[in-house]
Ligand binder design. Structure first.
Ligand code: SF4
Length: 122
């Protein structure tokens, strides 16, 4: 099972963050190159009761990390496909990922052929 490249603050506190060959094997091909593997600053997941201004600032900082990450596309697609409900992944917040998924669903629905009954009537 693929593990997130960055850990929530709670997970980071309980899981060793040293990079090991065993963890890399389990993680998948893109995970090993994630810039955020050691999220010491806790940028990617919100602490509880985070004020809005602090959240926006933290998310912007996380996005700046993502912008220089060589596996941004892979990470983003992973987060969209799972879907990951929390945190910044692939330069997108959870709310932004919901917008992307909604747009993809609408695009897929409009590209689909009409149902058979509609075709017969028309
Ligand atoms: S794109 Fe961002 S969240 Fe994804 S692996 Fe890279 S730094 Fe981490």
């Amino acid at each position: 099972m693929l593990q997130p490249p960055h850990q929530s603050l709670q997970a980071a506190a309980t899981i060793p963050v040293q990079r090991t060959p065993e963890r890399d094997d389990d993680a998948g091909p893109w995970h090993a190159d994630a810039v955020c593997r050691r999220d010491e600053a806790g940028l990617f997941f919100a602490p509880s009761k985070e004020p809005t201004a602090a959240r926006l600032s933290r998310e912007q900082a996380a996005k700046r990390v993502c912008a220089r990450c060589p596996v941004l596309v892979e990470c983003r697609e992973h987060a969209l496909l799972m879907p990951e409900p929390y945190g910044v992944w692939g330069g997108l917040t959870a709310a932004e990922r919901r917008v992307v998924l909604s747009r993809r669903r609408r695009a897929t629905a409009s590209a689909a052929p009409p149902p058979a009954e509609v075709t017969r009537i028309a």
